[in-house]
Design a protein around this ligand. Structure first.
Ligand SMILES: [Zn+2]
Length: 104
């Protein structure tokens, strides 16, 4: 059983690789933007993923993949619903803080 920290680290690599692959395949996509269905931000198409009818930005894909891996969410609607919730905002802050500590 992987720890949450291991899952986060692993998924960061996977999701970053998706973004790099997208840019390699289509360099223009880094400068093409869409509105993310989860966070509502205007984000680069590079590294975004279409889950059913919902396109998520690279940042939200990371949360989604971590959520799936840890069994916290079963489908993408749960993430989208949860993104509106203050509680998950705190979770996201936690992940961001962790991202920083990994990069340093
Ligand atoms: Zn997003």
């Amino acid at each position: 059983m992987k720890s949450k920290e291991e899952v986060v680290k692993e998924m960061q690599l996977v999701v970053e690789q998706m973004r790099l692959d997208d840019i390699e395949e289509n360099p223009d996509c880094e400068h093409e933007f869409f509105t993310c269905d989860a966070c509502g931000g205007t984000k680069s198409l590079a590294g975004s993923v279409l889950y059913g009818h919902h396109r998520l930005c690279n940042d939200c894909v990371l949360y989604a993949e971590i959520g799936f891996e840890l069994g916290q969410i079963k489908d993408i609607h749960e993430l989208i619903d949860a993104m509106e919730d203050k509680r998950l905002e705190a979770d996201c802050e936690f992940l961001k803080a962790q991202e920083k500590s990994i990069n340093n």
